[in-house]
Design a protein around this ligand. Structure first.
Ligand code: ATP
Ligand code: MG
Ligand code: MG
Ligand code: MG
Length: 480
């Protein structure tokens, strides 16, 4: 059986042999792009090449890119841990052509790699091609269908809608029709009972998409219209964890050697066996998944905080802490100890996680300590709120109190409410948040005079924790 490390290397070697330059993953956190907070696909770092705004040095590139899908157009957070194949952070194996080869080579090489190098059984594979879209004035992708038909029976080439077969990075940016490869991992009897094609893209956990080949031809402008790019490009992305699941003969990404060391450590710590109960299984998957996202984000320089990208990271971590607390009875910091496992398992390919492991663990431990202090009283308060709620919607003021006083991010409160059959008044929450911003702005204006005097008197005091952490961050950055 191939290890995940071998699977990754084989991908890179294959495309190197086809003339691709292998480049490192870009950081998970994107600075200086108002349209994107985190890297959500391998192509992000090449945006300017597609748009024709930067010169092409290597017309063929391949890599494994760390991606995070927790905000914006691609947000999988709610699925993570509940299903077994969507992650917050995952690796996307990709190959690109910048104005060089196009559909024919992209399709042929994808097929060659999957069936000849990885030796996936051909009769378990399906492909989809873009079926066209009238509103956008786009035609069925006849060309892609033709190239596929050299390799795979016609009834395994399915035509898909704009939703599945027209790939877009975000609301604006490079985009184009795509052709996806799906694999049916169900046992033979099940496959015979119902021909797999009805299941493609329907959320069946054993019939999943593994690779997307995008034919970049357009740029989506801010007004929603499409403009032709100056040249045609190929942009592909294959889910590394899903591919590993297929190649290691598993039915869940969490059963592969990518996640097992993390799951094992959680089992050891809790004394609970994975796969003994759906509730504890979900919690274990959430923790194993979320610690990767949070650790890599911190290693890439994004600390948890109360605003912007930092708050997204804090929310992910608090979601994991709450699952640990409620479902696994973990009531003192533990998640941070998983960083060592990550560093050992992934540090060869992503040295940043090994180099910063101690720092990352320390930040996570502090976050755990802080949140665990209030989680108990917050959960009690939430129970009380639920008891006193008439109807099924919890109002914004209560949601805001949970956020402000107990540190419960809105999505966490919403998740808990959903588990209990309630929903959250999001708009009401936003209104309260706005009100608080106005209050603190007014307060800041009032205090402005005093502030200057304090600053003249000596160092600015920002609170013990913050100062300490800032010093640490400064030290860490210098080491880099
Ligand atoms: P899905 O339909 O399963 O949500 P997608 O169509 O959103 O996937 P793409 O944007 O086409 O995914 O990304 C390319 C590949 O990355 C997918 O074929 C899949 O293998 C993988 N992938 C996408 N999202 C995730 C995720 N959240 N976790 C793990 N792998 C993912
Ligand atoms: Mg998706
Ligand atoms: Mg899809
Ligand atoms: Mg896709």
């Amino acid at each position: 059986m191939l290890t995940s490390k071998e699977i990754r290397s084989l991908f890179l070697q294959f495309f190197e042999s086809k003339g691709h330059k292998i480049v490192p993953s870009a950081p998970l956190v994107i600075k200086n792009d108002p349209t994107l907070m985190f890297t959500n696909a391998g192509m992000n770092q090449f945006k300017d090449l597609f748009l024709g705004n930067a010169p092409v040095k290597y017309p063929r590139i391949a890599n494994s890119q760390k991606c995070l899908r927790v905000s914006g157009k691609h947000n999988d957070l709610e699925e993570v841990g509940i299903d077994t194949y969507h992650h917050t952070m995952f690796e996307m194996l990709g190959n690109w052509s910048f104005g060089d080869y196009f559909k024919k080579e992209a399709i042929e090489w994808a097929w060659e790699l999957l069936t000849e190098v990885y030796k996936l059984p051909k009769d378990r594979l399906y492909v989809t091609v873009f079926g066209g879209d009238e509103a956008e004035g786009l035609a069925f992708d006849r060309e892609a269908a033709e190239y596929w038909s050299a390799h795979i029976a016609k009834d395994r080439i399915l035509s898909g809608s704009k939703k599945d077969n027209f790939w877009e990075m975000g609301d604006t940016g490079p985009c184009g029709p795509c052709s996806e490869i799906h694999i049916d991992l169900r046992p033979d009897e099940a496959r015979k009972a119902l021909d797999g094609k009805e299941l493609v893209n329907t959320g069946h956990p054993q019939v999943i998409e593994i690779w997307n080949l995008v034919f970049m031809e357009f740029n989506r402008k801010a007004n929603g219209s499409l403009e032709k790019l100056p040249a045609q490009h190929v942009d592909t992305g294959m889910g590394f964890e899903r591919l590993t699941m297929a190649l290691q003969g598993k039915t869940s990404n969490y059963d592969t050697d990518i996640f097992q060391p993390l799951i094992k450590k959680i089992e050891q710590h809790t004394g609970i066996a994975y796969k003994s109960n759906e509730k504890t299984d979900i919690a274990m998957r959430v923790i194993a998944d979320h610690v990767r996202a949070v650790a890599f984000a911190i290693a890439d320089g994004q600390l948890p905080s109360n605003t912007g990208a930092g708050y997204v990271i804090r929310r992910i971590l608090r979601r994991a802490i709450r699952y640990a607390y409620s479902s696994l009875n973990i009531q003192s910091p533990f998640i941070y100890t998983l960083v060592d496992v990550l560093a050992a398992e992934m540090g060869d390919f992503f040295p940043e996680i090994r180099e910063s492991a101690q720092f990352v663990a320390r930040v996570i431990r502090e976050e755990e300590q802080t949140f665990i202090k209030t989680i108990d009283s917050g959960l009690n308060r939430l129970e009380e709120v639920i008891r006193n709620t008439q109807g099924k919607v919890v109002d914004g003021e209560k949601l805001f109190e949970l956020y402000d006083t107990y540190g419960f991010p809105l999505d966490l409160t919403t998740l808990i409410l959903r588990e209990r059959g309630y929903s959250a008044d999001q708009e009401g929450f936003n209104r309260e948040m706005q009100r608080q911003k106005e209050r603190s702005r007014a307060a800041a204006e009032l205090l402005a005079g005093d502030w200057v005097e304090i600053r003249n008197g000596g160092d600015r005091f920002v609170g013990y924790d913050t100062t300490e952490l800032e010093t640490e961050v400064a030290r860490f950055r210098k080491v880099e």
